[in-house]
Structure formats: structure tokens, C-alpha cells
Design a protein around this ligand. Structure first.
Ligand code: HEM
Length: 330
């Protein structure tokens, strides 16, 4: 895809195009207000690439990768000189029946690997380096479920952009030159009502998702009165151009607690594209014709971040560190 050989070298931090994995941890933290806390966070972010190497090199076939996303509020508190044009706090959406809440989060760490122990070890060392400068607000361990199915039983991720379409859809370009190569990231943690879902006959489930269940064939519902999830999540402009995003959703759960979920994560070149998908899902295309997937899936969280490209991240945190050093007189 990118010509990179992931098996020979550790994967650089901030590689949005790192391979989809068998295991993932989604870690969301808030950062304390004191300058010492902000300085500690910058130093941990500065060391992120080294930490990926430290853990990842122990088995390159585990393909450990980590992407950090920074929320708007922390972005402003760190007084970075520039800000990605579209970065803002996740706006809650209230539809006729379902609501997408907005929940706090200063930093998102999206940790992926073929082996869950690598995700675990990386998260452990990362949190050690962040210390009490952060508070964990959410921590989810996801797993790949059979042939990349969500817990509703459908193959999830098929329409993801590949090849040259991947950077064109997921990475900021010349339209915001200071942040080119970075990506807007939106997360939502969904819980499913599996009991209710399993009572829905398979043909109706397929109509709701927009693909057949066993063999994953796309269903054409252009003329249907009620659009499927995949059609509501398809964004096309007046000239017929389709705007894709890169998703790496992961199932998670604890059957003993009747907890069954999908952790949605979307990377996009333009934040408005994900916002529009959410509008269409929650409000509906015509209003009222919302995404029936939501009758069985409730979002508990909703947060927006920006994941800068690695050189941009380094330069942002190093500049902030210098400012902290000057203001503390060291
Ligand atoms: C409970 C949460 C969700 C589940 C279980 C889920 C599941 C799926 C499944 C099974 C597909 C069809 C196969 C594929 O192309 O991946 C799909 C497609 C898609 N979903 Fe979701 N999804 C969820 C939430 C979301 C959210 C919140 C968004 C965007 C904000 C989104 C955006 C998309 C897009 C862009 C597609 C591809 C549409 C196309 O065919 O071009 N999904 N999803």
C-alpha cells in the first residue's frame, strides 16, 4: 500500500495507515491544569516514538503501533501557535429518537498490535510516563472477532479506502499545510442490545446494515424509503465526489456483565465529513429516517481529536517544552 515493510522495522508513531490488527486499546485521558502536568504530558508525547520502538522491537511481527490524538481544549491550553482549521469539541447531536453525547477527553491513544500483550505493555509504560498528570476517563480493549465482524455479526470495515485513496481520504492535505499528513479522529463507544438484535430476522438486519450477513455483499438501496447504515454513512457532494473515512472499529465486551460493544473510530481528512455522517445517522436522511442501527446501539461517548503527523507532533511538543522551561526559569 505505502511501500512500507512493517515486518522489518518498528512502526513509526502516528502512522494512521498502520495495519489493522487483532487487538487494540482505546485510551482516553484528561490532563490536569497545572503547568507541571502539561510539561509532563509534552515530554511523554515527545517520547512516544521511542516507546513504540522499545516495546514494538521485542517482536516485530506483533506490529505494535500507536497514534495520539489531541482534543481542542488541551490544544488551546498548550498554547500551540497554530491549530488545525476544523478542530473543535465534539458537538452532541439530538435526533428524533437517538442522541450522540459529547464526552470529555484531552488525549486519545489508539494502540494496535497483533498481540494483546503488546497493547497492554505499551499502555502500562505509557501511563507510567504520564503519571498523575492525567486521569483516565475511558479504557477499552478491543479484539478482532472472527472474519472482522462486529458483535452484530456483520463484516465491518469493508468499504475502507485503500492504496492512494487512503491518504487522500484520511490525511489532511495542502488545504491546511501546517497540519498536512495529520488526521481528524472521532471516537464513539457504542453498547449493543444484542438480545433485541438477535430477534430481528436476518433479511431485516441486512436491510438495516446495507450488506448481506454471510457473504458481505453490498445491497443497493438507492430507491428504498428508509436508507441503510452504509448508505447514510456515504457522503457525496454535488459533483458526485464521494468522501471516505478510515475506520478501525473494534468489538469489545464482557459477556458476564451482558456488555457487548463496538468502539467506533474514524480518521478523516475533513472533520465535516464525519460530522455529516453522524448527522445523517442520528437525524436521518430526510429527518426522521434515522439509522436503525441506533435502535440496537447506544453511544456512551463522543469525542473529537486531531492526530498530527509525527514531525508536526514533535515540533509542537518540543516548542511547548521550551516555553515551559523558560517560564519556570530553568
Ligand atoms: C455501532 C457502531 C457501528 C457499527 C456496528 C458499524 C458497522 C458497519 C458495517 C457492518 C458496515 C458495512 C461494511 C463496511 O463497509 O464496513 C459499515 C459501513 C460504514 N460505516 Fe459503520 N458502523 C458503526 C458506526 C459508524 C459510525 C458512527 C460512522 C460514522 C460516523 C460509520 C461510518 C461508516 C461508513 C463510512 C461505512 C462505509 C459506507 C460505504 O459503504 O461507503 N459507522 N458500518
Amino acid at each position: 500500500m505505502t511501500g512500507k515493510n512493517w515486518d522489518r522495522v518498528p512502526i513509526d508513531a502516528q502512522s494512521i495507515d498502520a495495519p489493522l490488527s487483532r487487538a487494540a486499546i482505546f485510551l482516553v485521558v484528561t490532563v490536569a491544569n497545572e503547568q507541571a502536568a502539561l510539561a509532563k504530558v509534552c515530554s511523554a508525547l515527545d517520547g512516544l516514538d521511542d516507546l513504540v520502538k522499545t516495546v514494538g522491537f521485542r517482536d516485530l511481527a506483533a506490529r505494535l503501533s500507536c497514534i495520539v490524538g489531541i482534543g481542542r481544549d488541551l490544544w488551546d491550553r498548550l498554547h500551540f501557535e497554530k491549530r488545525p482549521k476544523e478542530l473543535k469539541i465534539f458537538e452532541p447531536i439530538t435526533g428524533p429518537v437517538h442522541t450522540a453525547p459529547s464526552t470529555p477527553g484531552d488525549l486519545l491513544f489508539h494502540i494496535r498490535a497483533e498481540r494483546p500483550d503488546f497493547c497492554f505493555e505499551f499502555e502500562r509504560l505509557l501511563l507510567d510516563s504520564l503519571g498523575d498528570s492525567v486521569a483516565v476517563v475511558d479504557e477499552v480493549s478491543g479484539f478482532r472477532y472472527f472474519d472482522a465482524r462486529d458483535l452484530l455479526g456483520f463484516v465491518d470495515g469493508t468499504a475502507n479506502p485503500t492504496g492512494l485513496d487512503l491518504p487522500a481520504s484520511a490525511l489532511v492535505g495542502d488545504e491546511d499545510g501546517d497540519f498536512a499528513g495529520g488526521s481528524y479522529v472521532v471516537i464513539q463507544k457504542y453498547l449493543h442490545d444484542l438480545g433485541a438484535w438477535t430477534k430481528v430476522p436476518t433479511p431485516l438486519q441486512e436491510e438495516i446494515i446495507g450488506r448481506t450477513k454471510i457473504d458481505n455483499i453490498e445491497i443497493d438501496d438507492d430507491d428504498a424509503p428508509r436508507k441503510s447504515h452504509k448508505s447514510l454513512a456515504t457522503i457525496v457532494d454535488a459533483s458526485g465526489h464521494e468522501y471516505d473515512i478510515l475506520r478501525d472499529n473494534m468489538p469489545f465486551g464482557r459477556p458476564g456483565q451482558r456488555e457487548f460493544g463496538t468502539y467506533f473510530i474514524g480518521y478523516s481528512r475533513y472533520l465535516w465529513v464525519i460530522e455529516k455522517m453522524l448527522q445523517r445517522m442520528f437525524i436521518g436522511d430526510r429527518p426522521g429516517a434515522y439509522d436503525r442501527l441506533l435502535d440496537f446501539s447506544r453511544p456512551l461517548t463522543g469525542t473529537t481529536f486531531f492526530a498530527p503527523a509525527r514531525p508536526a507532533l514533535e515540533s509542537l511538543v518540543q516548542t511547548a517544552q521550551q516555553k515551559f522551561a523558560t517560564s519556570s526559569g530553568s
